[in-house]
Design a protein around this ligand. Structure first.
Ligand code: MTE
Ligand code: LUZ
Ligand code: MOS
Length: 750
């Protein structure tokens, strides 16, 4: 089963925000962003901009008809800066004009003077100054304090992790137009249409039922549009509301890169204690999250860091603290993995440090501590259907990793300026929004009189193939062709109060809601079919658009059945509501059962480092992954491939550079390097572990969107291992990303 969008995508016919035909008289907006990271606005003059032909209006905080507030979790973020600015690129105003070109020109003519203050860009410095977005949180299990004395070995270290630019192919954007009687329609490139609707309601000061948000699909989101699309949509909607004209705002790439938040950089300290046989007895870590100038989703991301701080391991005595630090960077936000990768990189660093000091292979410490059935996580959940050990061993056997390691050792002994390295990354990622109340979804299904079916849910298609999965579910359950199913745009007037499509749970939550709606429709239609054919409802099945009874043809077609049901005044519409059962979390104790299930897997990554240039090649990525009973192996493999390459990018090439004044220097694609097709692994093998899949996953097909991202962490340690075999003086350090510049320093450093 291919992706239903494949043909549209490759022929360029798929519709994105910028392809929506605009209405006559549509105006275009462009954003004025602060040019200092911290300061006061002392002069603001729009007169020159307003003189420009075609400029309709300059809109600032003064023009806001509702509240100047877009903070989702904490109310700490203005839509437009008023008197102070807190990050470079912070929106101060928009110019609205008859063309995008004129709007941009107008922005350049606005004169702003700042009283510049010294920005804080380092999270540890922020923490020392008491600049926190929310109070710190700690997850604890057992007692580390009582355990250190029992450890044979104790190691300590520090870790740095950089952020990551989302680089969705489609930039942030929105198109808003008044319809009538105060009703406004908004198209937005968002993962969270309800968040957009709420934010607009607040900023405009109008109720939510007067705002319709519609999303066909995104050209990628990766978390960057979970929260941050809302502000841009509010700007377009505010302008449309004030001017009573259609307004479009699509960010040029450069504005998108400098104005939007990214993956959080973190800084961390760890202490790890092991027994004589390399069991990790105690692990303590403190992480400093660089949250940026406003909370955005940082509190939730900090939470997932706490959940995933012990990676795929069971550690009986654990204590993890995270500080969410307020700095003068754009508010950092959701990005595939959502704080999980950062928590996991620290534990992997601690294990690598222990292995280096002890002179044993990292894999032996990894393997000795893998999570087992019924082990307890530090957040109280008991691990079930654990197969991380099986993944780890299957990877080793299937891909002959012992032999690969000895081939690499041979290669290294025979080559002076080329060194290879191998590392493994075991994965355990929890599925569910950690905020329990967000784990709900709805699906609205209509069966039309010709037997064709329309499905609307709260899920956003952003390239991950969720619409194909939904269409497969409807087609399989109703026994009709996939061409008879249409997955419609995500629309707040059709499906309300949606959670964002995030936490890898879009398919599970919305798919399960769809299953519930379909079951109700099927039950009604079976009754009708039983009546027509003179059989019992339990005997009826729908197969290949025919009705069967006891497995035999009845001569009644699906289409005829639907027509008869309608004639008999049976309702052919159903709304399914799904809320994940069994999950809960008690924040006062920091214990509970937050995840529906966990995704497991193991990746081995082998690299070759050029020891003259510091460059490297990703040779092999070898994965054993637990997909459960995959509903669409092609799409799921695509998710693994994309996520792994994105994860390798974070761990190796992608480096956000800021100057001391908090200005992003790597603000274009000439200075910010992402993996391209040439950098992609030469070999990528991914085999599915043979498992049944959990009940709570839709069709027992496990969520796949984020987990494989974290396999990329192995690339860091593979390169580190290659450096070690070139430079015996290199003391392994933990400073992600491992860029070619850093590799070169470490190849020749002490
Ligand atoms: N795949 C593509 N092609 N584009 C994306 O933007 N986002 C990822 C992942 N895969 C993304 C993607 C992220 S961050 C998440 S949370 C999931 O898809 C969301 O979709 P799902 O819940 O349907 O897996
Ligand atoms: N978003 C969110 C997420 O709000 N809560 C989560 O737990 C989460 N996890 C992953 C990605 N986005
Ligand atoms: Mo994904 S970071 O949950 O949008």
């Amino acid at each position: 089963m291919k992706n239903i969008d494949s043909i549209g995508h490759v022929t360029g016919k798929s519709v994105y925000l910028d392809d929506i035909p605009t209405l006559r008289g549509t105006l275009h907006a462009s954003i004025l962003g602060s040019t200092v990271a911290s300061g006061k606005i002392v002069r603001f003059d729009t007169s020159k901009a307003l003189e420009l032909e075609g400029v309709e209006r300059i809109i600032t905080y003064n023009d806001i008809t509702g509240e100047n507030q877009i903070g989702g979790i904490i109310e700490d973020e203005p839509l437009f800066a008023d008197h102070e600015v807190h990050f470079h690129g912070q929106p101060i105003a928009i110019a609205v004009a008859t063309s995008e070109f004129i709007a941009r020109k107008a922005v350049s003519l606005i004169e702003v003077e700042y009283e510049e203050h010294t920005p804080v860009v380092n999270p540890r410095e922020a923490q020392q100054k008491g600049l926190l977005l929310i109070p710190p949180r700690t997850f604890k299990m057992g007692s580390v304090d009582e355990t250190w004395a029992k450890c044979k070995y104790i190691f300590e270290g520090s870790v740095e992790m950089g952020g990551q630019e989302h680089l969705y192919i489609e930039t942030q954007g929105s198109y808003a137009y008044p319809i009538e009687n105060g009703y406004i329609k908004v198209h937005s490139s968002t993962q969270g249409p309800t968040a957009v609707q709420k934010t607009i309601s607040r900023v405009l000061g109008i109720p939510m039922h007067l705002i319709e948000v519609d999303v066909v699909r995104l050209g990628g989101g990766f978390g960057g549009k979970e929260d941050q699309a809302s502000g841009f949509a509010a700007m377009a909607a505010l302008a449309a509301h004030i001017l009573q004209k259609p307004v479009k705002l699509v960010l040029p790439r450069h504005d998108d890169m400098r104005m939007t938040g990214k993956r959080h950089p973190y800084s961390a300290d760890f202490r790890i204690g092991l027994s004589a046989d390399y069991k990790i007895l105690a692990y303590q870590t403190t992480l400093y999250q660089n949250g940026g100038a406003a909370a955005d989703l940082s509190p939730a991301i900090m939470e997932r860091t706490l959940f995933h701080s012990t990676g795929a391991y069971f550690i009986p005595n654990t204590q993890v603290t995270v500080y969410s630090c307020k700095t003068n960077l754009p508010p950092n936000t959701a990005f595939r993995g959502f704080g999980g990768p950062q928590g996991m990189f620290v534990i992997e660093s601690a294990i690598a440090k222990a292995a280096n000091e002890l002179g044993v292979p990292t894999t032996s410490i990894q393997e000795a501590n893998l999570l087992k059935e019924k082990d307890e996580f530090q957040y109280g959940q008991i691990a079930e259907n654990v197969n991380i050990g099986e993944c780890f061993r299957t990877a080793s056997d299937k891909y002959e990793l012992k032999k690969l390691q000895s081939d690499i050792d041979n290669f290294n002994s025979q080559n002076k300026y080329q060194k290879r390295g191998l590392a493994l990354m075991p994965l355990c990622f929890g599925i569910s929004f950690t905020n329990t109340s967000m784990n709900q979804a709805r699906a609205l299904v209509h069966i039309y009189q010709d037997g064709s079916v329309s499905v609307s849910t709260g899920v956003i298609e952003m390239g991950q193939g969720v619409n194909t999965k939904l269409a497969q579910i409807a087609s399989q359950m109703l026994g009709i062709g996939i061409d008879k199913v249409k997955i419609h745009s995500t629309n707040t007037s059709r499906v309300a109060n949606t959670s964002p499509t995030a936490a890898s749970s879009g398919a599970d939550l919305n798919g399960n809601a769809l299953v519930i709606a379909l079951k109700a429709l099927i039950a009604r239609l079976k009754d009708v079919a039983a009546e027509i054919t003179g059989s019992k409802a339990e005997q009826i099945e729908f197969v290949n658009e025919e009705v069967t009874a006891n497995g035999k043809s009845t001569g009644l077609s699906w289409k005829k059945l639907v027509q008869t049901a309608h004639f008999k005044r049976v309702c052919l519409t159903e709304n399914g509501h799904y809320a994940t059962p069994t999950i809960f979390f008690d924040k006062t104790k920091e214990k509970g059962h937050p995840f529906a299930y966990h995704v497991y897997g193991t990746a081995a990554i082998a690299v070759t480092v050029d020891c003259i240039r510091g460059t490297y090649v990703i040779d092999d990525v070898l994965i054993i992954h637990d997909f459960g009973n995959s509903i669409n192996p092609t799409i799921d493999l695509g998710q693994v491939e994309g996520a792994v390459v994105q994860g390798i990018g974070w761990a190796t090439l992608e480096e956000l550079a800021y100057n001391e004044k908090g200005k992003l220097l790597s603000n274009s694609l000439s200075t910010y390097k992402v993996p391209d097709i040439y950098f992609a692994p030469k070999t990528l093998k991914c085999e599915a572990l043979n498992t049944k899949g959990p009940e709570l996953a839709v069709f027992k097909s496990k969520a796949v969107g984020e987990p494989p991202f974290m396999y990329g962490i192995a690339a860091y340690f593979a390169i580190q291992n290659a450096i070690k075999s070139f430079n015996a003086n290199y003391k392994p350090d933990f400073d992600l990303p491992m860029t070619p510049e850093k590799v070169l320093m470490r190849l020749y450093g002490g």
